[in-house]
Design a protein around this ligand. Structure first.
Ligand code: ATP
Ligand code: MG
Length: 363
């Protein structure tokens, strides 16, 4: 019997549906080639849904997400649709909490030949992963900060339980990347242990996990120094693991290294569930024009296939994900069908079609 997976699909708002369309078409095609069966269960959520119904993330959608093998998400939120208290509609953040998705995975890759804002990157392959803890750190305080006339305070929380899971995840990922030839077998803990006791604690838990992986290298870096290294020598990095707020900032730096938000994929992963979505938002300024770059969404779908493969021990799914990623890399290396954000003229549809063409080449 074919390995089969059910995917919950949140198209979301703005350009979400536009980038989801070519992505699902590619997934169908690649599943066929690799002997997988994928079924897509489209479920509603987001700002437009809230405006229509008063619910941003219906219980039935959350339950569908919980029941699925994996979750694909386009983008959610619109600037002029807000909750009554003025905060943004962001069911993607609710999903992180509800499904305990503690590891935010942000790969930063540059195909050889792809244009990059980093001069020294020309002709080199950049391929590293930033893992951002996504349930605590400085974001633990979200909505709980204390503000008076004279003072404002927020709380940073690092727990042993979450940190242990986070670092285990990071070392497992480094081991996987070493085996498949993408990584150097090294994990770097990014912190500010020289100044904050909470980060010294974070680092000490990292060291405990590192001691269990004699076959992998482990080192540390202060977050400020890491920002410099990411720009000066990103090709030397492998797996970076850090706190929520630091990860938030460094992942935008990573997207910048890749040449923009339109290319940056992401995953939010827990022990049982995972959401795959581009780093960018719903881009309302270009929605409806057919001009959105679908590559970040497609690369997120490739990460989903690889994760499904590793999680369920199905090699064909890992290979399918890798073929999809390499097809996007190849389209970028050849500067095929570049959308406006990359300096080209191509439509979303043409960019998707270029990846289909490359699929024939890399397979
Ligand atoms: P969020 O708060 O949800 O992160 P944001 O306000 O940071 O959203 P985005 O929606 O990510 O904003 O858009 C930022 C800019 O990047 C916009 O000008 C948008 O058009 C552009 N952009 C984002 N994604 C894409 C894409 N896939 N293709 C082309 N341009 C994009
Ligand atoms: Mg943003």
């Amino acid at each position: 019997m074919k390995p089969s997976f059910e995917i919950a699909v949140f198209e979301g708002d703005g350009i979400g549906p536009e980038i989801m369309k070519p992505t699902l078409e590619l997934l169908d095609r690649i599943a066929g080639r690799h002997g997988l069966s994928l079924s897509f269960n489209e479920v509603p959520a987001g700002a437009a849904h809230y405006a229509r119904t008063g619910e941003a993330l219906p219980v039935s959608s959350l339950e569908a997400a919980r029941a699925a093998d994996a979750i694909l998400l386009g983008a959610m939120g619109l600037p002029d649709v807000r909750y009554d208290d003025g905060t943004e509609i962001s069911p993607q953040i609710d999903l992180r909490k509800e499904l305990d998705l503690y590891a935010g995975v942000r790969p930063v890759t540059l195909a050889a030949g792809q244009s990059s804002p980093i001069a020294g990157a020309k002709g080199r392959r950049v391929d590293f992963v930033l893992i951002r803890e996504s349930t605590e750190g400085l974001f633990w305080s979200l909505g709980k900060g204390e503000v008076s006339e004279d003072e404002a305070r927020e709380t940073l929380v690092i727990t042993r339980k979450t940190s242990e899971k986070l670092f285990r995840f990071a070392f497992n990922l480094a081991a996987q990347r070493k085996v498949n030839g993408r990584g150097k077998g090294r994990v770097t803990c990014v912190d500010k242990a020289n100044v904050f006791r909470a980060f010294a604690f974070f680092r000490s838990i990292f060291d405990e996990e590192a001691a269990r992986h004699a076959d992998l290298q482990a080192d540390h870096a202060y977050v400020d120094a890491m920002a410099l290294r990411m720009v000066q020598a990103p090709w030397d990095l492998d797996v970076l693991v850090t706190e929520n707020m630091f990860g938030d900032i460094l992942s935008d730096l990573g997207a910048g290294l890749m040449g923009g938000l339109g290319l940056a994929p992401s995953a939010d992963i827990g022990d049982r569930h995972a959401v795959f979505q581009p780093c960018h938002g719903s881009a309302p300024d270009i929605a409806g024009q057919g001009a959105a770059n679908p590559f970040a969404m497609i690369l997120s779908a490739a990460m989903m296939l690889e994760w499904l493969g590793h999680q369920n021990d199905i090699g064909a799914a890992v290979e399918a994900g890798s073929a999809l990623r390499r097809s996007v890399d190849e389209a970028l290396s050849r500067s095929l069908a570049l959308t406006r954000d990359l300096g080209g003229q191509a439509s979303t549809e043409e960019a998707g079609a270029a990846v289909v063409t490359m699929l024939e080449d890399v397979a």
